[in-house]
Write a protein that binds this ligand. Sequence first.
Ligand code: ADP
Ligand code: MG
Length: 211
Amino acid sequence: MSENLSAAAMAQWVRQFATLIAQNREHLTELDAAIGDADHGANMDRGMSAVVKALDDAQPTAAGAVLTGVGMTLISTVGGASGPLFGTLFLRMGTALGDAGEVPSQELGTALRAGLEGVVARGKAELGDKTMVDALAPAADALDAALAEGLPLADAVARASEAAATGRDCTTPMLARKGRASYLGERSVGHQDPGATSVALLLEAASELGR
Ligand code: ADP
Ligand code: MG
């Protein structure tokens, strides 16, 4: 079990996220068809495929640089709301990890918090607005709490993943107040948010961290 976050571990997380996005592409598209423009699955898959290709070409040696690279690729390859927002999430996470080759596992909590703050600064969504923030904020809280309790990284990540999934599920009854879904008003109620669904996949993809 490794309690340090290496560049290789970050790359494995990112690759696993790309795999889950590809597997869930149609599901994400269906969710976005109900309350958006049916492109979220394609957007995320296009972005994460480009990310995997960039990692195949050159893998950075610092943990933070892996994530900032992901952010830059997402911003340059994905349009719409999710490109800049997921791009900002990864950019801020990577910047928070700094330049070291490996960082202590506690830094993952700091990184996820910084990523959340970046998404909120960029998208101005609050909790309850039916966006990716509704999965990301509980995940960051759960990760911080679990790491502060002294849980091993793998267990802390599992808690964060559960919190993200619960947050994702909680978006269903919400009325959308941000993004395309907000144009639907009351008709957005009763549908799960696509972006929150992708965030839950991101935390699910982290399940090998610390193992
Ligand atoms: P677009 O809405 O431009 O078609 P996507 O379909 O790829 O982009 O992504 C939609 C997702 O983006 C939503 O499900 C929501 O989670 C997220 N989103 C949209 N606007 C915001 C915002 N202002 N803040 C946070 N997340 C947002
Ligand atoms: Mg869309």
